[in-house]
Design a binder for this molecule. Structure first.
Ligand code: PGA
Length: 247
């Protein structure tokens, strides 16, 4: 898994039982190259059904979020890592920019989520990215460096998965340039290596308007080990093209 290219879909708040079932049925027919790991992060209510449906295949099912409370208890509305693992999730997105924006998720809360995911046997994918204003004012590297600081407290720090998703490229059709991605991925890698005093295995995904047309060029960039795909993961033909381009 940690040597492969990752193609992770993020369905966000989309889909219903029937449409999810149909899309997964199509995806199960896709020939997934041995060098590529493919997963879908989906809304919590559908994880159990999806896990059951993909059983026996290499398709991974993940969650889009996890509670920062690890233990069962009086936390109405929350879902912890053990519950997600129990229904078949194997990875979880942590700190997606939409969650940072709409739910004010702080670094303190996100490191708890990372550690809870790890404790439950899930792979957390830490999502980071700068806003357009931050990039325009030359602050992109500072913002990213700050968002990565919490990894110092991550208990699973020998294996780290990060998705770099510039906020201005998410759902906008605007993709970061090859140079921007190359520079930022090299920067993120260097930051992680200097933060973590361990022999760390790193997967760095790019996210933000990845589609069947631009994926091949993005996968070619140094230190790009995969993609986090939103809109283009909601339809099989385009998503399967991205999977082929990843090999
Ligand atoms: P997008 O979303 O591919 O639709 O831009 C990516 C994401 O939010 O993870």
């Amino acid at each position: 898994m940690w040597q492969k290219k990752w193609v992770m879909g993020n369905w966000k708040m989309n889909g219903r039982l029937a449409s999810n079932h149909a899309l997964l049925k199509e995806l199960l027919l896709v020939d997934i190259p041995a060098t590529v790991a493919v997963g879908i992060a989906m809304p919590t209510p559908y994880i159990a059904f999806a896990s059951e449906q993909v059983k026996g295949s290499s398709l991974l099912i993940g969650s889009e979020d996890i509670s920062h409370f690890a233990k069962e208890g009086a936390f109405t509305g929350e879902v912890n890592g053990n519950m997600l693992a129990d229904v078949g999730a194997s990875f979880v997105l942590v700190g997606h920019s939409e969650r940072r924006q709409y739910f004010q998720e702080s670094d303190a809360c996100l490191i708890e989520k990372m550690n809870n995911a790890h404790a439950a046997g899930l792979i957390p994918i830490l999502c980071i990215g700068e806003s357009l204003a931050e990039r325009k004012s030359g602050l992109a590297n500072d913002v990213i460096a700050k968002q990565l600081q919490m990894l110092k407290h991550y208990v699973g720090a020998d294996h780290v998965a990060v998705a770099y998703e510039p906020v201005w490229a998410i759902g906008t059709g605007e993709v970061a340039s090859v140079e921007q991605i190359r520079d930022m991925h090299a920067f993120i890698r260097a930051q992680i290596l200097s933060l973590l005093n361990v022999d760390v295995t790193i997967r760095l995904l790019y996210g933000g308007s990845v589609n069947a047309k631009n994926a091949a060029d993005i996968f070619d960039i140094e230190h790009v080990h995969g993609a986090l795909v939103g809109g283009a993961s909601l339809e099989c033909a385009g998503f399967s093209q991205i999977i082929q381009d990843a090999q």
